[in-house]
Design a binder for this molecule. Structure first.
Ligand code: ADP
Ligand code: MG
Length: 239
């Protein structure tokens, strides 16, 4: 087990964004988190990575407790994350964006070229990060996260806004990150089918609660999950 959340709750005033969330992730897994908008997925990432302090509960990584540590401390322990909203340092080159990740997490930069090669970004490395298309911007964010030399990579809806072709390319890259680099991955995605195709196990969050955890085949057949997702689709049709 590389990550464990025990009874993590997060309140914003009277709103309970997370209620007693418990789960664990094994080393080497691709662990998916799905759930409708507002389910608490990003809040869970923020609690794990030190942006928010949980109202209750404890979080363990690689055998030690990380509850309440600051984002940089969490990163140095070996957890990197990307954000739901695409953001790079626009005035910096692609190379320097990835160098920032390397300095922040690893404290050294001798592996920046290798990360650029791995992502296929080496030919454009000296270009500014501004004016990149969405896919390349997401690759730069991913590169900065990988350059921290993380053991656990947490991706918050990395494929939002991608075309079907881009989704396939990104999923293939994730498989390589997991298999060739040996990195454990937690990925948030609101499309159940996309996640079921890549995750070893997945967790469904709904209204801050864990609805179920299991292998993709178990989760996609769960009647509670169908209810949440069919209910959600029906709402979208009416809108
Ligand atoms: P998801 O990522 O699953 O779409 P979020 O974790 O972003 O959901 O949000 C869960 C709930 O918590 C929502 O109701 C959201 O409005 C609320 N929330 C998230 N962050 C904050 C915050 N910083 N302050 C107040 N409410 C928040
Ligand atoms: Mg979110």
């Amino acid at each position: 087990m590389i990550l464990e959340a025990r009874g993590v709750s997060k309140n914003f005033g009277r709103l309970a964004a997370l209620v007693q969330v418990s789960f664990s992730v094994e080393e080497g897994e691709i662990f998916g988190i799905v759930g409708p908008n507002g389910a608490g997925k990003s809040t869970l990432f923020n609690c794990i990575t030190g942006l928010y302090r949980p109202t209750a509960g404890r979080i363990f990584f690689a055998g030690s407790e990380i509850t309440g540590l600051s984002p940089d401390q969490v990163c140095r322990r070996g957890i990197a994350r990307t954000f739901q909203i695409p953001a790079t340092f626009h005035s910096l080159s692609i190379y320097d964006n990835i160098r920032v990740g390397a300095l922040f997490g690893a404290g050294r930069t001798d592996h920046v070229d290798e990360v650029l090669d791995f992502l296929g970004l080496a030919p454009q490395a000296r270009s500014p990060a501004r004016n990149l298309d969405l896919y390349s911007t997401k690759l730069v964010m991913l590169g900065a996260a990988l350059a921290t030399n993380c053991r656990l990579l947490m991706l918050d809806e990395p494929m939002a806004g991608f075309s079907l072709v881009e989704i396939q390319r990104f999923l293939e890259l994730l498989r390589r990150i997991n298999q060739e680099r040996g990195i454990t991955v937690i990925i948030i995605e609101h499309l159940l089918d996309v996640l079921a195709g890549i995750a070893h196990r997945m967790m469904v969050l709904h209204d801050g609660h864990v609805l179920c955890i299991g292998k993709p085949a178990e989760v996609t057949c769960d009647s509670r999950v169908a209810e949440v997702y069919l209910g959600h689709k029906a709402e979208a049709r009416d809108a």
